[in-house]
Write a protein that binds this ligand. Sequence first.
Ligand code: NAP
Length: 250
Amino acid sequence: MNEEQRTALVTGASRGIGAACARRLARDGFNVAINYRSDSSRQAAEELREELERDCGVRAVCVRGDVAGFESAKDMVAAAVEQLGRLDVLVNNAGITQDGLLMRMSEEQFERVVDTNLGGTFNCMRHAVPIMCKQRYGRIVNISSVVGERGNAGQANYAASKAGIIGLTLATAKEIGGRGVTVNAVAPGFIETDMTAALDEKAVAALTGHISLKRLGAVDDVAAAVAFLASDDASYITGQVLGVDGGISL
Ligand code: NAP
């Protein structure tokens, strides 16, 4: 890699795990492109941008775009590169849930989750990979889930999307390793964010009982794993799935 300042694009970075990844990468010295989708996320994204520039002394920009759209993802990746000059790290974090039992799941409910989580990861990789291959350097970190490895009742759509991300990660790691681009996945367990805020106290207590470390994870636990895989310390690691789950998968 040359001496220019490294640049990272984090999808779905206005809050939760994505915002923690953006903060951590900025602390590690990356210029950061913060992707957000909705009007309601614009202000949070803008506040995060100001915080990173002020507290970490890096350049940060906001890039709006829906990762589920092929063209929208293309424009978003292009906007990040145009504003920051290069793209070294892509963190595919944007994701949604729309839970329900398979027997009652609508086609739309299945497709929406798969199109956002798996389709969105493909779309962003599809547009970032040629740039990374051309510069012969890149780090892609895809956010999967323990649910993609082990399943979870009521989340067939989400589990399928997150399992698909693992296959996408492994196949692409084989394709582009020779170009100096690594592709890895992080599989979080249950992390305290808006996504898991709907769980009531009883559900959290029951869940915690299955976690070896006896607590839900924090967003910074995931961000630390992402930052490691994005760093030069991980330059000989590709095609791996790193669990950040407190031992729930044991
Ligand atoms: P969150 O708090 O719900 O945040 C999700 C983020 O993704 C939001 O910023 C959201 O922005 C964005 N997003 C959703 N759809 C998008 C789209 N089509 N295009 C661009 N951005 C989009 O979720 P989180 O808990 O931080 O989860 C982040 C990732 O970690 C997800 O992939 C999730 O599946 C995964 N994960 C989470 C857990 C957990 O326990 N929390 C566990 C395992 C894996 P808008 O609000 O603007 O849509």
